[in-house]
Ligand binder design. Structure first.
Ligand code: GAL
Length: 618
C-alpha cells in the first residue's frame, strides 16, 4: 500500500532524526517504476469500513454555539431533529464538538466538564461518563459523535482563548488532545461511552509552535508543527497521516468497522489525497465562514475530487453554514444554492444552526427529500463539473441506469443562462428525457439536445434527469468515479500542485488543462501523472475495457499497463508526440481492473498522462 510505504519513510526519517531531513523534507517521495506500490494490488485499498456508505448526515453544535455548548442545548436539538421530521429524512448524527473536556487526569483519562454536561457526573467517578447522554441520543433513534485532536491540545484552546469553557489545570492537565493517549481515548469514547462517530481535529500539530504567544507565555507545551497552514512543502504529510492511521486503527479496534472516523485537517498536509485510506470523511478546506465567498472557496476545494470519494470515504467541504450570515432565512436563494452544491458533490450534510428555533423556510430546504436523495444516492458518485464563466454545471451519475442529477450554479451577482447537453449528461442525443426540478417541485418537458436554464444572482437549480443512456452497453469512467481509487498518484515535489488540486481528475489533466492529444471524446477520460496506479471495481460486470492512453506533457515515453485481477492484460508504450492509439482489453469476469502508467527511471518531472475516452462495455 502506498501510504504504508510513506509511513515507513517517516519512520526512517524520525529514526535518523536531523540526518534524515534530506531523505524526505516533509514530502512523500514519488513512486518509481520499480516501486512495489505500482504493482497491481488486486484490491480496492481504501479505509476498511461498513460506516458512511452514504455521506454522513446530522448536526454539529460548532457553527451555532462554539464552546458555549451544553447538554441541554444538545439534547433539545436532538429532540428537535426528531420532532421537525429531519431525523426521518436521514439526519442521524448528533455530534459534540470542541469544549467537552475539562482536564487530563494523572492516569491519562479525561475528565468531562460536568458543569456543562451534568448527566455525565457519577458518584465515585472522577472522569464522569457520557453513557447517560449517548443512551438518550440512541433512545431517540439517533447516533452520537464526539471530538478530539491528534495533537496535545485542541483548536479552541488556541483560537477561542477567551472562552470560559477551556480545559483547566496545569500545562499537562490541559493536554486533552489524543497525542500519546490515542488508544486509551478511543477506547473510552467507543467502548465505554458508546459513541458512534469521532471527529479528529489537528490544531495540536499545527498551532502550538514555540513562537506563538500562549506557548511563549508557558500556557502550552511547544511542538514543532507537522502542519504549516497553507504550505504543503513545509508540512510533514507522512507524519500527519501516520497519526491519523494510529487513531483509525484504534477506532476499528474499539468502535468496530461501523464507527465513523472524520479527519479534520482542513485539506492540509495532502489530507484530501490520503484521507480515503485513513477515515470515512476528511475536510478539504479551512472552516466555512458564513459568507458566499467562503462557501465558494470550500466548493473549489472539493469540486475536482470525484475520484477520491465513494461509499465509505467522502470529501468534506465542511459543515453547512445554512441558518447563518449569507445563508440565513433572509437569504433563501443562497441557502438553496449552498445545499444544492453539497448534495451534487456527495458532501456530508451536517447542519450547524439551532434547530430548536428553525424557520420553516430553512427546514424546507435542508429537509427537501428529493435533494437529500441525490446526496444519498447509493452509487456514491461525486458530481463532475463543467465551468463557463460564473456558471458551474455539475453532473452526477445516479445509481439507476439513465438517471443523472445536474446542478446549475451561479457564482456571481449578475443573472446568467447556463446549459447542459445530452452528451454531457451521457444521454443519447435527441432522446426523450424526463426532468424533475427539485426546488420548484415540478416536472419539465424537454426537447432538443440542450437544457438551458436562467439563474438569478447566486442562484442554483437542481434537476433529476431520467433518459436513455448514450450507449446502454457502455459505462464511461466518468460515470463511475466512486468505483475508482487513486491508489498511487505519482505526485512528487517537482510536480507539486497548489493546495486543493487533485493529481488525478476526470476530464482534464492534473493541472486543469484539457486532455488533448487523443482526439474526440478525450474529455471522457482521466488525467493523472505517470507513476500512478488506479484501482477500479469492475465487479465482474463488464466484458471489455476500451481506452486511448496518451502522454500529455514532457519528452518521455510512458508505459501503460492494464491489469485484470492482478493479471497483466495489456502493456503498451506511448511516446510524447505520438498520435494516440485506442486499445481494447478483455476484462470478462474481472473484479478489479488496474491502470498503471510508468515513466522511465530517473525522470525528475513526471509527465502528465491521459487514460482517454475510457469506458467499459457490458
Ligand atoms: C476547527 C474545526 C472546526 C471546529 C473547531 C473546534 O479546527 O475545523 O470544525 O471543530 O476546530 O475548535
Amino acid at each position: 500500500m502506498p501510504s504504508q510505504s510513506r509511513i515507513h519513510r517517516t519512520t526512517v526519517r524520525s529514526l535518523l532524526g536531523g540526518v534524515g531531513v534530506l531523505l524526505a523534507v516533509g514530502f512523500p517521495l514519488s513512486a518509481t517504476a520499480q516501486d512495489p506500490s505500482l504493482a497491481p494490488s488486486g484490491r480496492f485499498s481504501v479505509y476498511r469500513t461498513t460506516a458512511a456508505q452514504t455521506p454522513p448526515m446530522g448536526w454539529n453544535p460548532w457553527n451555532a454555539f462554539r464552546t458555549d455548548v451544553d447538554e441541554t442545548k444538545v439534547r433539545e436539538v436532538a429532540k428537535a431533529m426528531v420532532d421537525t421530521g429531519l431525523a426521518r429524512r436521514g439526519y442521524r448524527f448528533v455530534n459534540i464538538d470542541d469544549g467537552w473536556a475539562l482536564k487530563r487526569l494523572p492516569d491519562g483519562r479525561i475528565r468531562i466538564r460536568d458543569s456543562m454536561f451534568p448527566s455525565t457526573a457519577r458518584p465515585g467517578s472522577v472522569t464522569g461518563s457520557f453513557r447517560p447522554f449517548t443512551d438518550y441520543i440512541h433512545g431517540l433513534g439517533l447516533k452520537a459523535g464526539l471530538y478530539t485532536d491528534i495533537g496535545r491540545n485542541t483548536c479552541a484552546q488556541r483560537w477561542d482563548a477567551e472562552s470560559p469553557n477551556l480545559p483547566v489545570g496545569t500545562v499537562v492537565e490541559r493536554q486533552v488532545g489524543s497525542y500519546g493517549h490515542a488508544v486509551q481515548d478511543i477506547r473510552t469514547i467507543f467502548a465505554d461511552w458508546k459513541f458512534d462517530y469521532i471527529k479528529i481535529d489537528a490544531c495540536g500539530v499545527a498551532d502550538y509552535t514555540p513562537d506563538v504567544a500562549p506557548v511563549k507565555a508557558g500556557l502550552y507545551q511547544a511542538s514543532d508543527p507537522l502542519i504549516v497552514r497553507g504550505n504543503i512543502p513545509a508540512s510533514d504529510p507522512n507524519a500527519v497521516e501516520h497519526l491519523y492511521a494510529v487513531l483509525g486503527d484504534a477506532v476499528h479496534q474499539w468502535g468496530g468497522e461501523d464507527a465513523t472516523m472524520s479527519i479534520c485537517a482542513w485539506g492540509e498536509a495532502l489530507s484530501p489525497l490520503w484521507g480515503k485510506m485513513r477515515g470515512n470523511l476528511w475536510r478539504t478546506s479551512p472552516d466555512i465562514e458564513f459568507t458566499w465567498q467562503s462557501m465558494l472557496e470550500n466548493i473549489d476545494s472539493v469540486i475536482d475530487g470525484a475520484l477520491y470519494a465513494g461509499p465509505g470515504h467522502w470529501n468534506d467541504p465542511d459543515m453547512l453554514a445554512i441558518g447563518h450570515g449569507d445563508f440565513d432565512v433572509e437569504h433563501l436563494t443562497e441557502a438553496r444554492a449552498h445545499f444544492t452544491m453539497w448534495t451534487i458533490m456527495a458532501s456530508p450534510l451536517l447542519l450547524g444552526y439551532d434547530l430548536r428555533h428553525s424557520p420553516a423556510a430553512l427546514l424546507d430546504i435542508v429537509g427537501n427529500p428529493e435533494a437529500i436523495a441525490i446526496d444519498q444516492d447509493p452509487a456514491g458518485n461525486q458530481g463532475v463539473p463543467y465551468r463557463s464563466g460564473a456558471a458551474m454545471v455539475v453532473v452526477r451519475t445516479l445509481r439507476d441506469p439513465g438517471e443523472r442529477a445536474v446542478a446549475f450554479f451561479n457564482r456571481g451577482t449578475v443573472p446568467i443562462d447556463a446549459n447542459v447537453s445530452r452528451a454531457q449528461l451521457g444521454l443519447a442525443s435527441g432522446s426523450a428525457a424526463t426532468v424533475r426540478d427539485i426546488w420548484a417541485k415540478k416536472d419539465w418537458a424537454t426537447t432538443g439536445d440542450t437544457i438551458t436554464v436562467k439563474l438569478p444572482a447566486h442562484g442554483a437549480i437542481l434537476l433529476r434527469v431520467a433518459g436513455t443512456p448514450g450507449d446502454p452497453d457502455a459505462v464511461w469512467l466518468d460515470e463511475m468515479p466512486a468505483r475508482i481509487n487513486v491508489a498511487v498518484d505519482g505526485l512528487t515535489q517537482a510536480t507539486a500542485l497548489p493546495m486543493g488540486q487533485f493529481p488525478a481528475r476526470i476530464g482534464t489533466a492534473p493541472d486543469g488543462t484539457p486532455l488533448h492529444g487523443e482526439g474526440a471524446g478525450a474529455s471522457r477520460g482521466i488525467g493523472a501523472f505517470a507513476n500512478s496506479r488506479l484501482e477500479i471495481r469492475a465487479d465482474r460486470a463488464f466484458r471489455r475495457f476500451e481506452v486511448t492512453p496518451a502522454v500529455l506533457s514532457g519528452h518521455h515515453s510512458v508505459r501503460f499497463r492494464v491489469y485484470a485481477d492482478r493479471k497483466l492484460v495489456k502493456d503498451v508504450v506511448a511516446g510524447p508526440a505520438q498520435t494516440a492509439v485506442p486499445i481494447e482489453v478483455d476484462v470478462s469476469s474481472a473484479k478489479i481492473v488496474e491502470l498503471v502508467a510508468l515513466a522511465p527511471g530517473g525522470v525528475a518531472r513526471l509527465p502528465m498522462i491521459a487514460w482517454g475516452s475510457a469506458r467499459f462495455m457490458r
